[in-house]
Ligand binder design. Structure first.
Ligand code: SAM
Length: 328
């Protein structure tokens, strides 16, 4: 397959006028936007009958609502010789729904080392290959990063048909500031590592976006309350599906809600707002609570700090219990 030339780290857009038309690159078209691949394309050298140039296509798929697949994603999936996915049963449903007959192959965490060389070899031969995940955007807490890195290292063409992503969908529905955000993926499952990770994000002036499994939701929210402070947050569940729900509130209230009702059903994204101006530093509050606990019982220590800081007495009481080790 023709190489993309300069190792820019991204597929290159070529003008076609400088003798380096890059005809076989997915990004070879001179227009500011890519051609609408859902529509028939003018014949162009190297693109074959499918209208698709050779290369690796990272194709986003729906996160719950099959109608969210893009026209371009479908055109790419129709036009490629190979489709790699995590779970063939999941992808087969999407393909069947849109009458695409290509049989998908598996590329996932457990076979990636074996399968990657075959994908790279296909790309070198000039084939068109799509990578999808079970839901959403490939590579985002899903397989594909090492494949993309290897393709880029060989100057093989890589492009994307972007689309749904649970992280961005939750962010825009959260009602929290979207201008600066950090996508933190899944927190570590073990409590100590999770708390260390949260401590690392605490001072960041950004909205934080986490993926979380239902069984750990209440625990994660409680740890966030302690380590990030009682910030505004949202728990986004079953996005784009029939039972979509976005529950907004303070972290402590959300933690109490899910502790009381037990793990909810479905898939979850937690969005936590940035530190609030004037909000007390959780480490400072802990220090003052510890000092109060040296002289007073939990209830009185919480009451004293509530009077001094104006913070909710219930939050301080729970935190004082945790410090005393009674609420672990
Ligand atoms: N690559 C995917 C994306 O771009 O959305 C994310 C894959 S990650 C393995 C799966 C996690 O995404 C789930 O555990 C959940 O945290 C989140 N997720 C996926 N679909 C979701 C949905 N419909 N509603 C809420 N969260 C979802």
């Amino acid at each position: 397959m023709k190489r993309t030339g300069a190792r820019t780290g991204a597929a290159r857009v070529t003008s076609g006028r400088n003798g380096d038309s890059g005809r076989r690159e997915p990004n070879r078209f001179p227009s500011a936007s890519k051609p609408d691949l859902a529509l028939p394309l003018p014949a162009a050298a190297g693109v074959g009958e499918t209208g698709l140039a050779p290369g690796l296509y990272l194709v986003a798929t729906p996160i719950g609502n099959l109608g969210d697949v893009s026209l371009r994603a479908l055109a790419v999936l129709r036009g490629v010789e190979r489709i790699y996915c995590e779970d063939t049963r999941v992808t087969a449903k999407l393909l069947a729904r849109y009458g695409i007959s290509t049989r998908p192959d598996r590329y996932h965490d457990h076979n990636a080392e074996e399968v990657r060389p075959a994908i790279l070899a296909a790309l070198r031969r000039g084939e068109r290959v799509a990578l999808v995940s079970d839901a959403g955007t490939p590579l985002v807490s899903d397989p594909g990063y090492k494949l993309v890195r290897a393709a880029i290292a060989e100057d093989l063409a890589v492009t994307a048909a972007p689309g749904p992503s649970a992280a961005l969908t939750a962010l825009i529905l959260s009602g929290l500031p979207p201008d600066t955000f950090l996508f933190a993926g899944f927190l570590p499952p073990r409590r100590a590592a999770r708390r260390r990770a949260l401590g690392g994000w605490a001072a960041l002036e950004a909205t934080l976006v986490f993926f979380e499994g239902a069984p750990r939701l209440a625990e994660a929210l409680a740890d966030m309350t302690e380590l990030l402070g009682n910030r505004a947050a949202a728990v986004a569940r079953e996005l784009t599906k029939l039972h979509e729900e976005v529950r907004r509130g303070r972290l402590a209230d959300l933690a109490a809600h899910y502790r009381d009702m037990g793990p909810p059903r479905g898939e979850i994204v937690i969005v936590v707002g940035p530190p609030e101006p004037g909000a007390p530093d959780p480490a400072e509050i802990d220090k003052r609570l510890r000092a109060a606990l040296a002289e007073l019982g939990v209830r009185d220590a919480a009451a004293r700090l509530a009077a001094e800081t104006g913070l909710p007495r219930g939050d301080l009481y729970r935190r004082a219990l945790a410090i005393r080790g009674d609420a672990k």
